[in-house]
Design a protein around this ligand. Sequence first.
Ligand code: IYR
Length: 221
Amino acid sequence: MGYDFVPLSTYQEYPVEEMKQRAASFYENIKRRRTIREFSDRPVPREIIEHCLLAAGTAPNGANQQPWHFAVVSNPEKKREIREAAESEEREFYQNRAPDEWLEALAPLGTDEHKPFIEIAPYLIIIFAQSYGLTPEGEKIKHYYSQESVGIATGMLITALHNAGLATLTHTPSPMNFLNEILNRPVNEKPFLNLVVGYPAEGVQVPDLSKKSLDEIATFT
Ligand code: IYR
């Protein structure tokens, strides 16, 4: 009942010098990625989104269960519904739910409950994690490492979109269960992230922050 095993035919080795160059140039490219909070309404061809989703779908994941669903939203009416529901949760978050410590951590970013980008950006990709699977008969199938798997796929999606020349925002209104209702997703799927996708708004500014050094993030033994 297992898989057939076939020779690995897709792996590509590069000469060491080329590897060094590729590793360095990938870093030079990915370090240009910045989260933005203001988007242009310029349209983006759907084919680009499709290829980036296919890239995300290649992510390593628990038992190859591929426990994800990507709900791509471009419909203005749906975007409006999502904005309204998200802003209402965010209002509650900023006014009541968030502990002072959390608000203090967020203060340097200058975020608030207003989320106009949800309607302005050409695409929202709502990523759902399937906490369990369902057979056609409605029986539950246990999923393994679904959060980790979806996290990895999301990272690959963000990387693929950046590589294509698009900007993203990882938006996490909390709670997000309103997304199941608006997008008609089943109960075994839990919203993981709202990934806002498009071109940056003209003149957009980003916080002048820095990333930790290699010494701070890694040890070699
Ligand atoms: N979801 C809220 C709050 C928020 C939380 C974290 I952690 C951030 O890094 C950014 C925002 C919002 O989107 O405003």
